[in-house]
Design a binder for this molecule. Sequence first.
Ligand code: FES
Length: 232
Amino acid sequence: MQVVLKIKRFNPETDKESWWGEYKVEAEATDRLLDALNHVKWYHDGSLTFRRSCAHGICGSDAMVINGSNRLACKVLLKNLGEHITVEPMRGFRVIKDLLVDMDAFLAKYRSVKPYFITHSPEPEKERLQSPRDREKFDDTTKCILCGACTTSCPSFWANEDYVGPAAIVNAHRFIFDSRDEGAAERMEILNSVEGVWRCRTVFNCVEACPRGINVTRAIGEVKKALLYRKL
Ligand code: FES
């Protein structure tokens, strides 16, 4: 099949504004969009800039807006996108060049919720045990690959870039509901702040955007509920 890729381009060294570049690519229907982007870079314009690494939906590098929705370029097949495909950088992040966005603020918010084990009690002689039932409580939120698709699909984030955002809350959830962790109270205080979970308006865009199928809105709801009832 032949596809026409319409890619939003921007080079801060030469462009005042972004512009659309159009590229015709011969491809197999079962190729992924990442293959087509690589083709453009390797055979049409080597200056086209985008992140990618694993090419298998694991590293979270190549989240972008594809036909209007946040997706991973390595996880969508051309046959499911039609013959005319638009590709843009994720919304709400500063564009460094073409599809490459500045994720520093996003990662700072991730770090702000302390996404690591916090323990205060004495080290046990063996490992800290956990029942399968307790492990299940945060299983969904262990799947996050920090691609940014959820946060940059969220209207609350577009309206207020200081909002900690769905991805950071998902990663806080992963530890708050882990029975072996003892830092829930610290994280809950951070998420109870003015830029915390209460900025979520339950729009559900994040659920649709997550390439890992995480029920992000449910996780945010569980943190809100835990804050309201302070069971932790
Ligand atoms: S390149 Fe790693 S998730 Fe797509």
